[in-house]
Design a binder for this molecule. Structure first.
Ligand SMILES: Nc1ncnc2c1ncn2[C@@H]1O[C@H](COP(=O)(O)OP(=O)(O)OP(=O)(O)O)[C@@H](O)[C@H]1O
Ligand SMILES: [Mg+2]
Length: 141
């Protein structure tokens, strides 16, 4: 029988940009322990930074609020969920950027989608946002 055990780590993070660096260090430790190579580790670090920056800049309304991160791992993959209980947005407002006409901003979600293997965004006006992203340790998906 294939007995895959899953490990769950939960963090509650203050709504302050200076903690994005702490999250990068944390995920490096987790991904390193799981056996990700350097390139994939860099992908995960960039993706999680964009997701956290979005939670801080678009998500959270009150300064004293924290947002949450969950790391769920098994031997083949790492699933990271970044959730805030902020104002949320309409999913149709998250549009792919027009790369021929790059304006400032609007790249975060696009970058996350290109670096991670699976990405799910659940967002509703007034009900906060969850971005769930998966990276596989190996190349066989
Ligand atoms: N956590 C969130 N809460 C509410 N709205 C969000 C959240 N994350 C993303 N959005 C919405 O989706 C849009 C696209 O996000 P994205 O990260 O791609 O671009 P950006 O944050 O506007 O700019 P950039 O990331 O390039 O600095 C945002 O402008 C915002 O309207
Ligand atoms: Mg962004």
């Amino acid at each position: 029988m294939n007995n895959k055990s899953k490990d769950l780590i939960k963090l509650s993070v203050p709504n302050k940009p200076e903690y994005v660096g702490v999250i990068r260090l944390t995920v490096t430790g987790i991904a390193n322990r799981m056996g990700f190579d350097i390139e994939k580790m860099e992908d995960i670090k960039v993706a999680i930074s964009e997701a956290c920056t979005n939670a801080i800049t678009h998500g959270i309304c009150q300064e004293e609020n924290n947002f949450s991160i969950e790391f769920l791992s098994d031997e083949e993959k790492l699933v990271i969920s970044v959730s805030d209980n902020g104002k949320g947005c309409l999913s149709q407002n998250i549009k792919p950027p027009v790369l021929e006409d790059p304006r400032e901003g609007g790249l975060g979600v696009f970058i996350i989608r290109s670096l991670m293997d699976e990405v799910e965004i659940l967002s509703n006006n007034g009900k906060g946002t969850i971005i769930k992203m998966t990276k596989y340790v190996g190349d066989d998906i």
